[in-house]
Design a protein around this ligand. Structure first.
Ligand code: IPE
Ligand code: IPE
Ligand code: MG
Length: 241
């Protein structure tokens, strides 16, 4: 008997670990930053493909709390790229009706970048199309630690009873509190690890690890992954009849 494949709805929220920029550049005999620039250019095509695929939220990992361990040249280059990206892409994002948010700890970022991030969030706040969330200086453990700190302050100040602390309460303190959990997490470049991305939120996400290096990732490849997601059976701990 052929097993009936249960069709799941398409992923509403896709999270992407955009990995492989450095190797892409090295393969071409170019500095790593060349790969980061090429990688940043891919984002637009991927975001623009989302509405037709039924994807309402896309969250991209751009810089981790661990990425500060790279050389000063690479870190400064990436930070400059973020500033340039925001300045150059703002109008196109607005025109595409994309609502942009940032997650991660902003305190360690440069003042000019923080300002540009806040301006882009404000400017696109009326947008009702795709929700693009960019993770900069983001780490899942750091996020949970920061959330716990704020939660503890609420308890100290008498606004929260420890008896009321549960999964839902903690979720409210996370950077992602307005976003649904990701349904599908994609990592490019062949590495099968999550490197501290959305740890809490991805508890029941489906994962796809693809060999393509991020600067070569295309809307067609995304569409294929969305199709195969539709053939998966998500159980959330249950036994399905
Ligand atoms: C991902 O590409 C981008 C960032 C982490 C900023 P990498 O820079 O990690 O590229 P590889 O993994 O070295 O090829
Ligand atoms: C994860 O990639 C972070 C981003 C894509 C921004 P890394 O390249 O930093 O992860 P590891 O070091 O291979 O685990
Ligand atoms: Mg990498």
């Amino acid at each position: 008997m052929v097993k009936q494949i249960r069709q799941t709805d398409g992923p509403r929220h896709i999270a992407i670990i955009m990995d492989g920029n450095g190797r892409w550049a090295t393969q071409r005999g170019r500095p790593r930053l060349f790969g980061h620039h090429a990688g940043a250019k891919r984002v637009r095509e991927i975001v623009e493909a989302c509405p037709d695929l039924g994807v309402k939220y896309v969250t991209i990992f751009a810089f981790s709390t661990e990425n500060w361990k790279r050389t000063q040249t690479e870190v400064t280059g990436i930070m400059n790229l973020f500033r340039r990206y925001i300045t150059q892409e703002a109008q196109a994002l607005l025109k595409e009706n994309v609502r942009v948010r940032f997650i991660g700890d902003r305190l360690r970022l440069d003042k000019k970048l923080i300002k540009l991030m806040a301006e882009l969030e404000d400017m696109t706040s009326p947008c009702t199309g795709v929700n693009l969330t960019i993770a900069i200086n983001y780490g899942g453990r750091d996020e949970v630690a920061r959330a716990t700190k704020r939660l503890a302050q609420e308890v100290r100040d008498g606004h929260l009873d420890p008896e009321d602390v549960n999964e839902e309460t903690l979720t409210r303190f996370l950077d992602t509190h307005v976003l649904p959990d990701p349904d599908l997490v994609i990592r490019t470049s062949g590495e099968a690890r999550i490197s501290n991305f959305l740890l809490w939120q991805s508890a029941y996400a489906e994962y796809e690890f693809v060999d393509t290096l991020w600067p070569d990732f295309s809307a067609q490849e995304l569409a294929k992954l969305v199709t195969s997601y539709g053939k998966r059976e998500r159980r959330f701990g249950r036994v399905l009849a």
